[in-house]
Design a protein around this ligand. Structure first.
Ligand code: ADP
Length: 509
């Protein structure tokens, strides 16, 4: 047997205690082999044991590290949470300053209370919003009612003053009547502006899309403003680019309103000067045209620091202006909002004492059909409506009187009815070219009467006469079968054109 191949301890013992002849013995050899195996096994186990202890220690320290990290992360999160909690607004009496970061349960229940508190606030906000909406509705109802109340008597005053001015009156009285007319016009403008403004605010303005000639519209505005310009010694100059298409699509009334506002301001704030209205084509495609529009004057101008304020409600550049020039302070607000509906912004370029220039760009679709004729002041030809037979349904005697004067002046023969029921009966019995229908009347109102008339006569044009400015009036009138409406106090020209339009009488422009 080779002693050197045995375990070193066993080898040492054999060398010390056994001589070579003993090693010849086979049984002893077997015994020594078994002992040798045991020694080797013992060594292996020992080694394994040592190794596994080492492994456990490493794993343990790893886990420990991870735990420490988690604890520190948790502490940081809680600290962040605490920081955030300190930032939130708590209801009165609730304190968060002495919170224990280790008391997570307390923290969670605190947060729960906060969520409930927030929910209560949200509920209160929602209720406040609903109340505010109700208040807005009440405001608009109030405006509508007031305007009705004011417009009805105003209608009488406007009409009578207009008619008195047409008659032969002593010069002193003419002067007084003119002053009266001036005040009425101001009052009318104020009411219209306020109503217009609240209508725009309430998002109730819808732009119409009709064919119109912008160049023609601007010339008409110039003509309409000419007299006022001359009173101030002003000259109006037009600079119109011929390349602008003749027929565009847009709301000519609203665009006209914007231009009229700017031109009449320019006239108001300029003396012995020039007002230049410029239209130039900025861009054109097959279907659309961009038109640059500007109104420039050589008047008093506006200091830069006041230029923003004049676009806010009821603001004028200085209070002396109001006394000297009048005005509501709403014109530019309305102008700006109307242009916004067209996706356009108004620009102002001015210096105090050096005049002002207001400009904007309109992007409109090009129409390929002929524009509708825009009636002008000169077109109020008394022959146009001569011979028409109209039924006037109106309960307020002053209004009947005023309307009768105008209608007969235009050569129209008129039958009257004092309420909707009488009107419906008269309409059933007689033949009329057109019906003028007041809306609020005793016994039977105008809406019901129109509905009744439509049951037996689908064709006769019915125009509503309304003093009310409820936004839905027009829609309601159309719904019950009326063709159009005229607001009171009616502008005689408006009434004239609407009658001409629906009775299909040709207006000569
Ligand atoms: P108002 O009815 O007072 O004219 P606007 O909203 O149209 O109301 O105008 C507001 C104010 O802006 C005017 O009161 C005036 O101070 C100033 N303003 C407007 N246009 C001009 C202009 N062309 N030149 C000088 N100031 C102007």
């Amino acid at each position: 047997m080779d002693v050197n191949s045995l375990h070193k301890i066993l080898k040492r013992q054999i060398n010390r205690h056994l001589s070579a002849e003993y090693l010849e013995n086979e049984r002893l050899q077997q015994f020594l082999q078994a002992v040798n195996e045991s020694y080797l096994n013992f060594d292996r186990d020992k080694e394994l044991l040592e190794h596994s202890a080492l492994l456990n220690e490493r794993e343990y320290s790893d886990i420990n590290e991870k735990l420490k990290e988690e604890v520190s992360q948790r502490r940081q999160s809680v600290e962040k949470l605490m920081e955030a909690i300190h930032l939130i607004e708590v209801p009165e009496g609730e304190s968060i300053a002495d919170f224990d970061p280790n008391n997570l349960v307390g923290l969670v229940s605190f947060l729960q209370r906060q969520i409930e508190y927030r929910k209560t606030i949200e509920d209160e906000l929602r209720k406040a919003k609903e109340l505010a909406e109700l208040a807005t509705q009440a405001k608009s109802d109030f405006l509508s009612m007031m305007s009705h109340e004011i417009r009805t008597p105003l209608n009488g005053i406007v009409g009578m003053t207009y008619l008195m001015l047409q008659e032969e009156v002593p010069p002193a009285l003419t002067e007084n009547l003119k002053t009266l007319q001036f005040s009425i016009e101001h009052l009318q403008a104020l009411i219209n502006d306020i109503l217009d403004f609240s209508k725009i605010e309430a998002g109730k303005v819808e732009l119409e899309e009709i064919n119109f000639d912008l160049k023609h519209l601007v010339s008409n505005i110039k003509r309409a403003q000419q007299a006022k310009a001359q009173e101030n010694g002003n000259r109006i100059r037009l600079m119109i680019d011929d390349d602008i298409p003749d027929s565009l699509i847009g709301d000519s009334l609203r665009i006209g309103q914007v231009l009229t506002n700017l031109v009449s301001n320019a006239i108001k704030f300029t003396h012995q000067g020039t007002i230049t209205i410029e239209l130039s084509l900025e861009n054109r495609t097959e279907d659309r045209a961009s038109v640059f529009v500007s109104v420039q004057d050589t008047g008093i101008g506006i200091a830069p620091e006041k230029q923003e304020a004049i676009f806010t409600m009821f603001t004028q550049a200085n209070s002396a202006t109001t006394r000297k020039f009048g005005g509501t302070g709403l014109g530019l607000v309305i102008t700006k909002k109307l242009l916004e509906l067209y996706g356009s912004a108004i620009q102002i370029d001015s210096e105090e004492g050096k005049g002002a220039k207001f400009s904007f760009t309109l992007d409109l679709a090009i129409s390929h059909s002929v524009p509708s004729i825009i009636a002008t002041a000169d077109a109020l030809d008394t022959k146009t409506l001569k011979g028409l037979k109209i039924l006037l349904v109106e309960d307020y005697p002053v209004n009947v009187k005023v309307a009768l004067k105008f209608l007969s002046m235009w050569g129209i023969s008129v039958e009257t009815a004092e309420n909707g029921l009488v009107g419906t009966n008269k309409c059933r019995e007689g033949e009329f070219d057109l019906v003028l229908m007041d809306l609020q009347m005793p016994v039977m109102d105008g809406y019901t009467a129109a509905q009744e008339i439509r049951k037996f006569n689908a064709d006769v044009p019915i125009i509503a006469l309304t003093a009310s400015a409820t936004f839905s009036n027009r829609d309601r009138a159309v719904l019950v079968g009326m063709n159009d409406y005229v607001t009171k106090p009616f502008n005689p020209k408006d009434l004239f054109y609407k009658i001409a339009k629906y009775s299909q009488r040709q207006i000569n422009v």
